[in-house]
Design a protein around this ligand. Sequence first.
Ligand code: ADP
Ligand code: MG
Length: 397
Amino acid sequence: MPKKTIDDIDVRGKRVLARVDFNVPQDEQGAITDDTRIRAALPTIHALLERGAAVILMSHLGRPKGKPDPRYSLAPVAERLSALLGQPVPLAPDCVGPHVETLAHALQPGQALLLENLRFHPQEEANDPVFARSLADLADIYVNDAFGSAHRAHASTAGVAAYLPAVSGLLMQRELAALGGALDNPERPFAAVIGGAKVSSKLAVLRHLLTRTDLLLIGGGMANTFLRAQGYEVGKSLLEADLIDTARALLDEARQAGAQVVLPDDTIVAERVAPDAPHHSAGIAEVPPDWFIVDIGPKTRALYARTLSTCRTVLWNGPMGIFEMAPFAEGTRAVAQAIAALAANGATSVVGGGDSVAAVEELGLADQMSHVSTGGGASLEFMEGRELPGVAALQDK
Ligand code: ADP
Ligand code: MG
């Protein structure tokens, strides 16, 4: 069921409490090193301000352990946001309490206020109803634009929705439309490329996808467990021995569901897991006993690129190799380029997952994808078919 958005309600003259994800990376001095998350919330903030709302913004930042800690203050965010919005956004000294209420109630249409870090209070992560109520008391309407936190049932992402009309922001709407569209109503052929370190962390994703996709391309460390399940030796590679049977069962399930699972044909093997280690390509039957599989090989790169080029929808989660080390990043690069090239044919490409998104951004291909998710853990849970508490709390259309 689609969720109501800020386009479905009248915000003029109202105070809007908006949960955003301003959990930005910072250097040791506290300077913001990447403001992507702040920029991602701008369309919603702009829309609300232009439509005559007074906007009260709230977010968490880092892990301050439930007490005020100046290292986790949102002050640098308030400063950057003011610059990006072109209007001052003062920072409240806290997120609840009489002083904050006074500030919130004095806010005029077209003005914005940023509350201090929600996680200075342990009640936030505990989803404490009294705390959620105090947040709700600041405003007339609740907007959730923090897709990256929607898999958490916290006071600001779920609890507060019990006390106010609750709708999604534009970023949240875009995330749900892109991920939901790919999973529920994909143009076919629909392929999922699943990689990353471990089968265990992607088991639920694989299960959910194999009944929906036409093709499942597997790479990364997790491919080793599937290769082992087919009887190949994987040397000293990352392997989840306790999941070999599960991997075999998944392959059977996929066959029954009519999804074609494509496993690597060849690999890059390295003597050690280090960027300067001797390495070469090796067929899957030729992995030396003391070596490590660190990437998919050249034949597999070509096979995956060719296969993806015929697809109309591609969902990608998980790098193909240890891409953090330049010599082992070729598989991830080839897959990223093949998926990015789909845009030219009007096909849909959706990338989710912290490391996959980092890889796509590093390669400068993010703007060629139909959608790059801003939520690592949230996008993964979405791909598992789970209902996110922060989404469930919003009003249905
Ligand atoms: P995402 O964050 O996109 O969901 P994951 O966290 O599941 O992705 O996996 C990313 C990690 O997987 C990277 O740190 C990468 O080094 C690792 N990885 C990929 N291939 C291998 C491999 N062959 N052996 C060991 N680790 C791997
Ligand atoms: Mg990761």
